[in-house]
Ligand binder design. Structure first.
Ligand SMILES: [Zn+2]
Ligand SMILES: [Zn+2]
Length: 668
């Protein structure tokens, strides 16, 4: 393992010197020396669960770094001898009395803001510089203090990361990078941190501990949902924080369904005149009352929430209610939008959302309602007809967007239409929603869908750039929908998303470099080349929604392979890096087999109709499938070692053999 970056320490010291003139080399806090603790961790007398957890996390990671276990004590047990001061340096966590002044400074900030401050304290006579650490009456205090408790926990992780050099590169212990050093000394200094995006969600099912270290603050924590929520919709996430909002796009029908099957008129009328339970009637005022009442109940149970979600069942055209009133609401828009086309349901959807939001404005002032813009209700409404209520946040989802490029792709190149159609459409829609949504928007991005068949590209810079675009367009949050794939090449994208959510202005090149240095040590430059080769190929490839493997050209894959092989050689003897590279390797090798398989299939599918080419695609696909099975044996605990739907393509009853059969038949 590597030692803490001297540079970080220097930056910290420089921050101080800007305010106080020259940095003083003696003005530093020694937390541990030669594996012995020289500080205590102080928590408030009535510390909450988040503060206690923050103290324990700090204790745990400091021990991993230096071997010393710092004691955690409540503030009232702190020993301070009159005229002499405390017996050791102190780390104050959260809402202690000692940190009152700092907390007051944070009061007007975002609730996730925090302060990291190391301050020299002294009692009695002036002590000459250079001597204070050895003299009684002088000591250092470290304050890790949030505007709220969540911020306090972020302060702990951020201190470990920035001042001490820890990294949590991906979920799991393998990707934890902790420097080892017997002595921990940090220069005095202070910094205030605030989130760039207010609401940050990594859909990290099963990886909440990692998401927290990345300062995520939203949950899909449904365990507090009431009894009427069917079991399968519950998700138990023992987060030691209060989440800030509940994001969920499709939960309303089960909410209604859980309440009553005796009221068929609350559900959608199908074209045969029957009520279907999978979707609700949007225009029934009783449904609005019911939803407002239930959501208000949840807000009362979870006063920490800023927002709560409203949704409808998934699907583009399925089961939208055909009752007269719902159809009438659709008809408020232009005729070309009607009849279940894209944009066809925006007016009825927003009318229901606003009806519920108006009720919540009365019962729960200050709270907001999160409503998806998705599928047939993604196109913005005609603002002359309806706009989101002032307490509605729009949850915009890029489900049908280009999977390779960022939002601004092609914006400076009008001649490249219609390839750019998907980008310009989303830009127009995002900007139109922005102009009529005063509460702001949250982006739901399918981070993992820069891939197909489980094959992610590595395009971290794209996601960082997107975050900046969203921030510019007054988005208040981002949800990185990436849950099942915390693996292989996905890792670097997800890490970039996590960092950019907190700081959209982060330098993407520096971020990739930092990631590779911490993850791959001696193989850092090889892996930077590997990531850059893939990212360049993706960025220069044509727009694509489905056939994203088209960027995997033979020369690109060969160049990436050379960098990966060189990385293996450079990291020889470093067991940890070897294991990390192996995860990238396993994923990439699947891509080497499956990418060309897909590309050959596309050629056949789009016209070549060559049975020999199709046989080659199937053969490669079968090899990819066999490799996937091998990887599942190597990583038995990991359900997604290479992702992939190859079984559905080339397995028994697969689509590809069927296509081959039909081509051969036609040839006869
Ligand atoms: Zn209806
Ligand atoms: Zn594109």
């Amino acid at each position: 393992m590597r030692s803490a970056s001297i540079l970080t320490l220097l930056i910290f010291a420089l921050a101080l010197s800007a305010a106080h003139g020259k940095p003083d080399p003696a003005d530093q806090m020694t937390i541990a020396k030669d594996g012995k603790p020289l500080a205590v961790i102080v928590v408030p007398d009535n510390a909450g669960r988040t503060e206690k957890f923050a103290a324990e996390e700090l204790q745990k990671y400091l021990e991993k770094i230096c071997g010393a276990r710092l004691e955690i004590i409540p503030e009232n047990k702190m020993v301070v001898e009159k005229g002499v001061g405390p017996s050791s340096a102190r780390v104050f966590i959260g809402k202690t009395t000692a940190a009152e002044q700092l907390r007051n400074m944070l009061k007007k900030r975002d609730t996730d803001a925090f302060m990291v401050k190391i301050e020299r304290q002294q009692i009695g006579e002036f002590v000459r510089p250079g001597q204070w650490d050895d003299r009684p009456g002088t000591w250092h205090d470290l304050f890790l203090v949030g505007a709220g408790d969540r911020g306090t926990l972020y302060a702990v992780y951020d201190f470990l990361e920035r001042e001490l050099g820890c990294r949590w590169l991906a979920p799991g212990e393998l990707w934890e990078e902790i420097p080892r050093q017997a002595t921990i000394a940090v220069p005095a200094g202070a910094r205030l941190e605030e989130p760039g995006m207010k609401y940050r969600q990594d859909y990290a099912l099963g990886h909440y501990d990692w998401a927290l270290k990345q300062k995520a603050n939203n949950g899909r924590r449904l365990n507090w949902m009431l009894n009427w929520m069917p079991e399968r919709y519950r998700e138990v996430a023992p987060l030691p924080i209060d989440v800030r909002g509940w994001e969920s796009a499709h939960d309303t029908p089960p909410m209604v369904l859980g309440v009553s099957r005796e009221n068929p008129e609350w559900f959608a009328l199908d074209n045969k005149g029957k009520r279907v339970m999978s979707q609700i009637c949007f225009s029934n005022p009783e449904v609005h009352d019911l939803l407002a009442e239930r959501l208000s109940q949840l807000l009362r149970e979870c006063p920490e929430l800023d927002f709560i979600s409203i949704g409808c069942a998934d699907g583009l055209t399925v089961n939208y209610c055909r009752c007269a009133r719902c159809l009438e609401w659709d008809a408020l828009g232009s005729p070309e939008r009607q009849g279940g086309k894209r944009g066809g349901h925006t007016h009825r959807w927003l009318a229901m959302v606003n009806a519920v939001a108006d009720r919540l404005a009365e019962s729960d002032p200050g709270k907001t309602l999160l409503a998806a813009a998705y599928s047939s209700y993604q196109e913005p409404p005609d603002p002359a007809v309806i706009k989101p209520a002032t307490n509605v946040i729009i949850f915009y989802c890029t489900w049908d967007g280009c999977r390779l490029h960022g939002f601004e792709h092609g914006s400076d190149d009008p001649n490249r239409a219609p390839e750019m159609g998907a980008h310009s459409k989303h830009r127009q829609w995002i900007e139109a929603w922005r102009d009529i949504t005063p509460a702001g928007m949250i982006m739901l991005e399918y981070v993992q869908r820069s891939s197909m068949d489980g094959m992610a590209g590595a395009n971290p810079r794209r996601f960082v750039k997107d975050m900046r675009y969203l921030k510019k367009n007054r988005f208040v949050g981002y949800a990185g929908f990436a849950a099942p794939l915390p693996w292989g090449l996905h890792i670097v994208n997800r890490y970039a998303v996590a960092k950019a959510m907190w700081n959209p202005d982060i330098d993407a090149d520096a971020l990739v470099k930092d990631f590779c240095e911490h993850a791959f040590h001696a193989a850092s430059s090889n892996m930077q080349n590997f990531v850059n080769t893939i990212e360049d190929a993706m960025q220069t490839a044509g727009c694509n929604h489905c056939h994203v493997t088209l960027w995997m050209k033979p020369e690109v894959m060969a160049a990436a392979r050379r960098h990966l092989d060189a990385a293996h050689a450079a990291a020889a003897g470093d067991a940890t890096v070897g294991k990390r590279l192996r995860q990238f390797e396993a994923h990439f090798h699947y891509m080497e087999l499956a990418g060309p398989a897909h590309n050959k299939f596309f050629r056949v599918y789009y016209g070549e109709r060559d049975p020999e080419l199709m046989r080659e695609a199937i053969k490669l696909g079968e090899a990819a499938l066999a490799y996937q099975a091998e990887m599942l044996k190597e990583y038995p605990d990991e359900p997604f070692p290479t992702g992939g739907k190859m079984r559905g393509y080339v397995g028994a009853d697969g689509d590809w053999p069927k296509l081959l059969e039909s081509i051969e038949k036609a040839k006869k």
